[in-house]
Design a binder for this molecule. Sequence first.
Ligand SMILES: [Fe+2]
Length: 242
Amino acid sequence: MDRKFAVLGDIHANIDALEAVIEDARNQGVTDFISIGDVVGYNSAPSECIKRIRELGCVTVRGNHDHYCSYDESLDDFQPLAASVIDWTRRQLSVDDRKWLHDLPYFRLHCGLTLVHATLDMPEHWGYVFDLLAAESNFSYQNTPICFHGHTHVPMIYRRSHGIMRVEPCKIKAGFGEKLFVNVGSVGQPRDGDSRAAYVVYTAKTREIEFFRVPYDIETAMDRNRRAGLPERLATRLAQGR
Ligand SMILES: [Fe+2]
């Protein structure tokens, strides 16, 4: 059977967005699910999202929110908004949820693909890749033609052949001798001005990567956050896609 992978990033405890993406992926004939981390944080359904991801047999790596929600480290260096929601999330998770998050690796190789949440050069430092210099540092540690990542919540492609260039999301495949470092965008809290859930489909046979946006019930997700008592900004930003 031809394998087709849905690559999900930065789900961030948004179960409404996650269910919409799973349905869309299933309708496209996706056979396998991958997550590049940040399953939890920011939104109101962390345990539900962990349960769903585990049911899917989704191969997952550790995001910064997954890390801080599963360890009892001090949050003194965090922005108050991020610290408050990490503290809230810690209190929602079961012992088993926290163990599952705690055991996630920083990066992994899977079916010829590399997966990391932030960057391969220092994955535990959670650096943001917004420019060619940061992408170049990653490429020196990338030993497969394709590496999927997230963390910025902005879908983007960095392509290295003779030089490094940034390519807006499009249907693409790695050419001979090329490497692609692909940010899959965010399922649960997009920040590129488009409020629809973002994800990527990778078709193994053709080695093609394609970006998708999926509308979902944002009002319900916002209500869920409000009822949980989370800061209002975490509801409104879902509608703004920022
Ligand atoms: Fe994130």
